[in-house]
Design a protein around this ligand. Sequence first.
Ligand code: PLP
Length: 378
Amino acid sequence: MTFDPETTTFLIAGPVRIHPRVLRAMSMPSVNHRGEFFHGVVREIRELLPVLFGARGHQVILSGSGTAGLEAVYSGLVPTDGRTLVVSNGNFGQRTDALVRRISSHVTTLSAPWGQPLPTDAVLAELARGDVRAVCLVHNETSVGLVNDLASIAPAVRDSGALFLVDGVSAVAGIPLPIEAWGIDAVVAGSQKGLAAPAGLALVHLSDRAVAALQPRAFYLDLARHLKAIEKNDTPWTPAVPLFLALREALLLLREEGLDQRLARTHALAEATRAAVDALGLELFPERRWASDTVTAIRNPAGMGDAEIRKVLERDYNVLVQGGQEALVGKIFRIGHMGIASWPDLLAVFAGLERILAKAGRLPAPGASLRALVERMP
Ligand code: PLP
């Protein structure tokens, strides 16, 4: 069977499967982006964004992928005359570092090996030195399937007075992120992850003090300009109209389900995935305690390459999962289970994996991973 995007079990680490309602919402003739209809769409999205972030604040939609949102935040908020702390333990942490270094030359980077937890003590020690003006890090490190323990540093970041700037691209609407309780100043979400909208939009949440600190260093991505426009249900530049239509529908679906319920469902799918991985005799890549609820990273079975496993999953079972990135190519594979991922999706993946391992003579207990899933189904 060749890959069929209409029917595939699509579980890469984002973009994720899109609900037919969201797909249909996007299929409209061109509309006037300065007309009443589209102003109504932007107004509705603006009213729905607090459902996504679980917080009220200053929130904008940028036409551009998650990285555009990150560039908007860092170019607007990373100070050029004070020290910025970047924490990195994966591919996206490394990208944060590269991005922030384009803006400031006073950057201290604390790196942990990919997949290791946040170096909390080192972060606290840097903050205690007293001259950190911004802290930038990734909440959910998609590349290694690991969630960073922001709660362990949030009080110290707040006490330090530094701006707390968080890449929430693969966390928002998938992993609890109490923006207000943790005193976070900026969060960037990607449309193609927990929200299950098409790729191509970045959603940005800003605190009052972040808005007050904004510097107009970018033009297209000038957040102050976007904020001013959205107050009038408008956008500063021509927006990605079909994506805005899809975003509105994806937000409506999220509101219908409820953010807490989506987080709980994503957590249940993640727990079941981890149990099924155990039952296959495979190993998670990060320490279990920090394993992400939106993407599970699994070490390759001994003596087997993930490229071949993924090829057979796709060719014979119409199932898509993802390999590793950069240094982890050929070492891990990743299953995304965020957005509208479902129990039948997981059953399809693990049925395929069971068959592949069985044929290779490496399946410890036939049916055990499927039982682990079924036992955890609601
Ligand atoms: N940050 C994280 C944690 C991500 O997972 C991704 C994409 O997967 C990005 C940033 C980059 O987002 P985009 O590819 O939408 O620009």
